[in-house]
Design a protein. Sequence first.
Length: 335
Amino acid sequence: MPLKWELRQEDSELFAAELEDFVPQRVFDMHAHLWRKANFTDPVPEYVEIGPSEVTLEVYREHINWILPGREVHGLYFPFPETIPNATEPHNAWVSQQLVKDPFGRGQFYVRPTDDHDFVRQEMKRLGLRGFKPFNCFADRPDRENAEIPEYMPEWIPKLAHEEGWSITLHIQRARSLADPSNLHWIRSYCKTYPNMTLILDHCARGFNPYHLIAGLEHLGNPGNLYVDTSVICNPLAIWACIKYLGTDRVLYGSDFYCSHLRGTNLPVADSFIWLDESMDIWKFLAYPRQNAGPTLVGLENLLALKAVFHMLKLTDNEIEAFFWSNAARVLNLT
Ligand SMILES: [Zn+2]
């Protein structure tokens, strides 16, 4: 089945049955991509191709309602990365234009390792962006999935974040993710050297394989300026591990819109993990299909995992509210 961008009745019914009583009325989304198709050079990612051509703040809010129906949602916005290193300027300008429409919104800058530091500082202030979103597409090697952190986030970026009190949302690479010695070294080193920087490791420190995540968390030492967002994580163990090792006040809700709107899930497999989407020929094997339906939206799978973990850990209403709002408000100095 080809990928489709749509909300189905069974998605809404799943939310009503399982999540309506769990998700608070006000949500801060720490991980929201805003894009404009015309700003991409080829190749346009497949999901960008089938989605809305211009993701304005209004379009984002209309669509985030698929997984957070009726909620007041504000966010930390940043561009969607290109698969090849192209010009960042139009993507950053687009986010900046949308950001001004959200009084509680914050934005991060799509940064290249080779950017001029002084220009970036001025440009971010001009655009109203108060953080960085580095991407591995700028790592200067063919196997970018093996890039070490300084290859896509050289030291001037955390240094600048430290000087200005800005945040960084980092998607770490390499097969063992947080358990990788190089990743652990650079995260610890940057956090220690630049304590005024807020470092947010997205997707539970890319904890799609929770066994790697736990191995890494055991050696991380819990720096005080380190956070995770839980975006698109569908395995409950990764969420549980982040809360256990970092504490409830360092774990933040994020959707990863548009990945939240993929239909499928992801799960650990041995010492790796896999993403499953609806285009794959496996859903016919689903046991007890919901009204003959297949997978739901990844963003709903993520909320189901969060609810299960919070329930098992007996998180209080205040802790759940903090996960969805107050932790973000504190980290991003929302007033
Ligand atoms: Zn993302």
